[in-house]
Design a protein around this ligand. Structure first.
Ligand SMILES: *Cc1c(COP(=O)(O)O)cnc(C)c1O
Length: 203
């Protein structure tokens, strides 16, 4: 479970840390960098928001997983910056499944095209670890079930065709406070929970 701490103060993160949580996620580069600098070094930081290419360099020195890779150009920049600091950056490809919720992410057929063309395989400083997705923000549980079920089938399909001999490609990041139990039933390996841990965010 990734504790999504965006907009929550250092004190709240420390409270979770003192209860044993070591894996935290943030959506904004500046906020992530300042929290990383202020908090214990054994925290593992994930980035889960929309990432602009010009900000990649600030998080690449320490981030342990980027969930939200949504373009080839972004992946190119992560690879370039990873090279500069001598790291291989674990990344998830963001899959667009929701109706309208997120503008971001690859369509399944786009991922298929990129993978079959070999374009996603040549990176030295990027390690592809799986997929991330967000369901539509709706009370309709059947729709959420359908979307997570679909995401799992896309994951399994891509895994079997392009990553069959790559044990590292194993993560399916899906499920948030309101839908993580549905996501877990559909094979999520990483749930991203904010509100259920920290309460409502104050923007
Ligand atoms: C904010 C956010 C979460 C956490 O949402 P909650 O509903 O507060 O659990 C999870 N994933 C992403 C990508 C987010 O932006």
């Amino acid at each position: 479970m990734v504790a999504i701490s965006k907009y929550h103060p250092i004190s709240s993160i420390l409270e979770a840390y003192n209860s044993g949580q070591r894996l935290f996620g943030e959506n904004h580069v500046q906020e992530l960098v300042s929290k990383h600098d202020a908090l214990p070094t054994d925290i593992e930081w994930h980035f889960t928001g929309h990432l602009q290419r010009n900000k990649v360099k600030y998080i690449v020195p320490f981030v342990s997983l980027i969930h939200s890779v949504d373009s080839l150009r972004l992946l190119d920049e992560i690879d370039r910056q990873g090279g500069k600091c001598g790291r291989v950056i674990p990344c998830l490809l963001e899959l667009h499944i929701a109706n309208e919720e997120s503008k971001y992410g690859f369509l399944p057929e786009e991922l298929d095209n990129l993978l079959s063309s070999g374009k996603l395989k040549g990176y030295e400083h990027v390690s592809l670890r799986g997929l991330m997705c967000m369901a539509t923000n709706t009370d309709d549980e059947e729709q959420i079930e359908r979307e997570f079920g679909y995401a799992k089938s896309v994951f399994d399909d891509l895994k079997s065709r392009y990553f069959a001999d790559d044990e590292g490609f194993c993560e399916l990041s899906m499920g948030m406070s309101d839908d993580y139990s549905i996501a877990l039933r559909h094979g999520s390996t990483l749930i991203r929970v904010g509100t259920k841990i920290f309460g409502n965010r104050e923007y």
